[in-house]
Design a protein around this ligand. Sequence first.
Ligand code: NAI
Length: 330
Amino acid sequence: MKIAFFSTLPFEQTEFASCNSHHQITYIPQSLTLQIVVLAQGYGAVCAFVNDDLSRPVLEALNAMGVGVVGMRCVGLDNVDQVAMHDLGMTLLHVPGYSPYSVAEQGVALLLGLVRHLPTAHRRVQAGNFSIDGLMGFDLHGKTVGVVGTGHIGKAFTRIMQGFGCKLLAYDIRPDRKLLEDGVRYVSLSELLQQADVVSLHCPLTPLTDYLINEQSLSLMKPSAILINTGRGRLVDTAAVLNALDRGQLAGYSADVYERERTYFHYDFSEWGVADDLLNRLRRHPKALLTAHQGFLTQEALRQIARGLVNQFTFYDNQQTVLVTKASMC
Ligand code: NAI
């Protein structure tokens, strides 16, 4: 099958090439948008990523060109109009549950980095400044951690925090039986926000979770609390979080995602500068720590995504061949 592979990052090409012998893949560095959807002309399939546009107009254009299947290299499918895909009779492939440890461990790294002031400490040491003034952190041991969304990633994060000796609270529309048996207490979102010293977001972005953390929910949190977001940028009203940090209503915000990340994340803008004022405020805030959506970026996760998707494309292709053969025999 001919696959147009959008938003290609250099390391992905190597990983996919190593496990693919069946498909003809064209690697395209640009993100998929309505403006460049024409690049998919002549392909039977598209492979897309977290910041590609798979809204109805783009899907209709793909469908009109004969693209029947879209494979997503991410778990969150908030950028895919699944209703439109269904209406158009298109097939959606993805790899749910690939190494959840990759994102959970990124969440822990962001938490520790913020609590122990690691970026400042590192910058000082690089400059030959070995002073530790202003680097006071706090023990995570004994603290209350609130996990919002206890699916694959939230569960892995919960287990790690239990290992740190934290007390765990959770909020999920579908509580996990195993976590309940292991002493995790499921509470309402407002109770979690009121009691937790650390709140970590691991639910998908849906109409129900859009701006889940906003001015009102932030007002429930302890002024000493830390907020971690490795889920999706729009789970959090960034301006409200920055205002809360400025007012001392929240102690720290550490994130791997940003609500308008599509333009910038995964590209080098160091020469060009960043024109997004909110992003500039976030990335320079002394109480914030930001990475550019790299939670999935471990060898194990990438390998599982590549193998999982290539196998699914192959399975889809074989099924189509059977259907065409059957049709020609009728
Ligand atoms: P999952 O589907 O296994 O778990 C999601 C959990 O959230 C489920 O238990 C579900 O019941 C719960 N949930 C759904 N709606 C909710 C709501 N309104 N309130 C509370 N809980 C709700 O997904 P997984 O694999 O754990 O991934 C979680 C999210 O992490 C993804 O949707 C994606 O947005 C993000 N992600 C981020 C990555 C990164 O590189 N930073 C990489 C992979 C995923």
